[in-house]
Ligand binder design. Structure first.
Ligand SMILES: Cc1cc2nc3c(=O)[nH]c(=O)nc-3n(C[C@H](O)[C@H](O)[C@H](O)COP(=O)(O)O)c2cc1C
Length: 191
């Protein structure tokens, strides 16, 4: 099983990255392979809403998304990670998701059934500084629908709140252990 992990935080070794690396450890222990895409290091233009993908399912912008489309298509599992920024996903992740309009067009305009029936699943991993009940609400819905456009069913998310300083979640034993088990369960096909 091949998993692609999209790092949506601009912070290297930040909380969302620490968590997803623990998930990867669990996944790899079951024999799965993992590949990372660090959005903040890439050159990605926001969607221009030009409609260029409507009839082709392909984006007209030529930048680092070109490789990302192939990486996502090869994935059996996709994990998108983000810090919560003003109650939603990071700008880096939002650009990635908007550019998936091309895959939306492929699926819903062109009715292409790409890898349909394979049970591909996608997951959200998000971290936030505060602990409000609804803190992840405005991240879950957009991620869920972007995953659908990419051909992944929405799997159980891993959401950790109350972490702020870079990488401080590494000191929190419970979420880290939970993340390793989360990865093992994805790898075993139980999640
Ligand atoms: C621009 C910005 C906006 C933020 N907005 C929120 C917010 O609305 N709610 C919240 O709980 N935390 C907010 N945070 C804190 C981050 O979500 C938190 O530090 C998170 O753990 C960072 O994850 P990372 O280390 O993976 O980047 C914000 C941080 C930044 C820099």
């Amino acid at each position: 099983m091949h998993t692609v992990i999209v790092l949506g935080s601009p912070r290297k070794k930040g909380n969302s990255e620490v968590l997803v690396r623990a998930i990867a450890k669990g996944l790899e222990s079951t024999g799965g392979s993992v590949e990372y895409i660090r959005l903040n290091s890439l050159s990605l233009r926001p969607c221009q809403g030009c409609g260029g993908c409507d009839k082709t399912g392909a984006c007209v912008i030529k930048d680092d998304m070109t490789d990302i489309y192939s990486q996502v298509d090869r994935a059996d599992r996709l994990i998108v990670t983000t810090p919560i920024y003003f109650y939603t996903v990071s700008a880096q992740l939002k650009i990635f998701m908007d550019r998936m309009q091309a895959f939306w067009a492929r699926k819903y305009n062109l009715k292409v059934k790409y890898r349909e029936g394979e049970g591909r699943k996608g997951y959200l991993v998000a971290t936030a500084a505060t602990t409000g009940e609804r803190i992840f609400e405005c991240a879950e819905l957009p991620v869920r629908y972007a995953l659908d456009a990419m051909g992944f069913d929405y799997g159980q998310p891993l959401l950790v709140k109350g972490v702020d300083a870079r990488g401080e979640v590494i000191k929190a034993e419970e979420p880290l252990q939970k993340a390793i088990v989360f990865g093992e369960q994805i790898g075993a096909g139980r999640l």
